[in-house]
Write a protein that binds this ligand. Structure first.
Ligand SMILES: CC(C)(COP(=O)(O)OP(=O)(O)OC[C@H]1O[C@@H](n2cnc3c(N)ncnc32)[C@H](O)[C@@H]1OP(=O)(O)O)[C@@H](O)C(=O)NCCC(=O)NCCS
Length: 360
C-alpha cells in the first residue's frame, strides 16, 4: 500500500485542513482505548501548544493514503540545551494498520529526535482495564505491577521497534459526588495534621506574582523528583516567564486551571502544589501535577491540597463529575492519597524507552 509521511505545517491563525484531519485521527485513537470522547480535542485546543515552542519543541507528522489522513505522529522535547530525551507517539487508524505506516512514522520521529540531539526516546501504550486479559502474558517494569498485555498490538509494535518497558502508570478516575461529602472532613483533619506552618492558597489560571519564583522551583522538582522507575528523564528549567507562557497556552486552548499550593508561612515559598485542569467543553476534570517538595513531606500536605482542590472543583464546576489522574504504579504515597479520595483504576499505560544508536 502506498502512503506518504509529511510534516504538518502549524497554521499560525485558526485552523488548516491537515491540522484538523490529524487531530481527528488522534481523537479516534483515544476513543478506541477509552470508548468515550473525554480526551477528544478540537484543533483549536491543541494549537496553542504548537504555536509557542520557546520551552517545549513539537513536531507533528501526518501519514496519508491518497488524500486521506490515516495516521499521525508527534515528537516533543524540552528546549533545554543539555536535554537528551524526547517523547514520541505514532498512531494509525485501525483499517490502515499492518502496512508499515506506524513504523514509518516512528522512524521519522526518531530520526528527528536524534537530529535534535535527543537519543533517548520515550513512548507510551494505553490499555483500558477491560482490555487486559488475565490469562495471557503480562509485562512489568523493574518496579510496580505486571499489567501491560504482551499480546496487545501496541505492545507488539513498540517491542518490535526496540523499545523496552520503563514504567507502568495507572490511569485512575473518581466520581466527585462519591467523595464530595467527605472532603470538608479530610481538609480539616489534614490541615490540623500539618500544624500551623502552612497556608493553603487557591487560584484559578493565573499564579499570584509573589509565588511565581518558588512555583518555578517546585515545577523543576516535578520533572525529576517523581518516581521514574527505569526511565531516563531530563531536568527541566522553569522560570516565571515559562509559567506565564504555559498559563497562556491553557487559556488560549479554552482550558481553566484550578491550582492549590501549600505555602510555607515562615518563608512565603511554595512547599507543594496541585492542579486540576478543566478542559474546554468537557464534563470531567484532569488532575495534573501534584508535588510536595522533599523538605516538606510527611505533613499530610499532599492529601490536604488534593482534597481542598476537589472541594474547589465541586464549588466551581459541580457538573464535572469525573476526575482523572495518572500515577506511577510504584508511587505508593500518591496511590494511598488517591485511594483515600476514592480514585479507582480504569487502565494502565506502558511507558517505553529506546536509545537510538548514534551514527559513527
Ligand atoms: C501501534 C500502531 C501505531 C501500529 O501501526 P501499524 O501501521 O499497524 O504498524 P506497522 O504496520 O508498521 O507494524 C509494525 C510491526 O509492529 C508489530 N505489530 C503491529 N501490530 C501488530 C499486531 N496486531 N499483532 C502483532 N504484531 C503487530 C509487528 O511486528 C509489525 O510488523 P509486521 O506487520 O511486519 O509483522 C497502531 O496499532 C496504533 O495506532 N495503535 C494505537 C496507538 C499506539 O498504541 N501507538 C503506540 C505507541 S507509538
Amino acid at each position: 500500500m502506498r502512503f506518504t509521511i509529511e510534516e504538518v505545517t502549524i497554521p499560525e491563525r485558526g485552523d488548516s485542513e491537515l491540522f484538523s484531519a490529524v487531530q481527528e485521527v488522534a481523537n479516534v485513537l483515544e476513543a478506541e482505548v477509552w470508548r468515550n470522547d473525554d480526551f477528544a480535542l478540537t484543533p483549536a485546543m491543541v494549537l496553542p501548544d504548537y504555536l509557542d515552542q520557546r520551552f517545549q519543541r513539537r513536531v507533528l507528522l501526518a501519514a496519508r493514503i491518497g488524500d486521506r489522513v490515516v495516521g499521525r505522529g508527534w515528537l516533543g522535547y524540552g528546549a533545554e540545551a543539555d536535554a537528551t530525551t524526547a517523547s514520541v507517539n505514532a498512531g494509525v487508524l485501525p483499517d490502515a494498520r499492518r502496512h508499515g505506516i506506524g513504523t514509518a512514522l516512528l522512524e521519522e520521529l526518531e530520526r528527528r529526535a536524534a537530529a535534535a540531539g535527543r537519543h533517548t526516546v520515550t513512548t507510551f501504550t494505553q490499555h483500558a482495564l477491560a482490555d487486559i486479559p488475565q490469562d495471557e502474558p503480562l509485562l512489568g517494569a523493574s518496579v510496580g505491577e505486571r499489567v501491560i498485555p504482551a499480546g496487545a498490538e501496541s505492545t507488539r509494535f513498540v517491542r518490535a521497534r526496540g523499545y523496552s518497558l520503563g514504567q507502568v502508570e495507572r490511569t485512575n478516575r473518581c466520581v466527585l459526588d462519591e467523595i464530595r461529602a467527605e472532603l470538608p472532613n479530610i481538609v480539616a483533619a489534614t490541615a490540623e495534621r500539618s500544624g500551623d506552618e502552612y497556608d493553603v492558597v487557591h487560584w484559578v489560571d493565573r499564579t499570584p506574582d509573589q509565588l511565581l519564583p518558588s512555583l518555578a522551583v517546585a515545577r523543576e522538582h516535578m520533572a525529576t523528583d517523581i518516581p521514574a522507575a527505569d526511565l531516563e528523564v531530563d531536568a527541566e528549567v522553569w522560570t516565571p516567564e515559562r509559567i506565564r507562557s504555559r498559563e497562556r497556552q491553557l487559556a488560549d486552548a479554552g482550558d481553566r486551571a484550578l491550582v492549590v499550593a501549600a505555602v510555607h508561612r515562615s518563608s512565603g515559598a511554595v512547599a507543594g502544589y496541585s492542579e486540576l485542569v478543566l478542559t474546554a467543553g468537557k464534563q470531567h476534570a484532569e488532575q495534573w501535577d501534584t508535588l510536595v517538595l522533599s523538605a516538606h513531606r510527611g505533613h499530610a500536605l499532599g492529601l490536604w491540597m488534593k482534597a481542598a482542590n476537589l472541594l474547589a472543583l465541586a464549588e466551581h464546576a459541580p457538573g464535572r463529575q469525573r476526575v482523572y489522574t495518572w500515577n506511577a504504579d510504584e508511587n505508593a504515597h500518591m496511590l494511598r492519597i488517591n485511594d483515600r479520595l476514592r480514585f479507582r483504576i480504569i487502565g494502565y499505560s506502558g511507558e517505553w524507552q529506546r536509545t537510538i544508536p548514534r551514527r559513527a
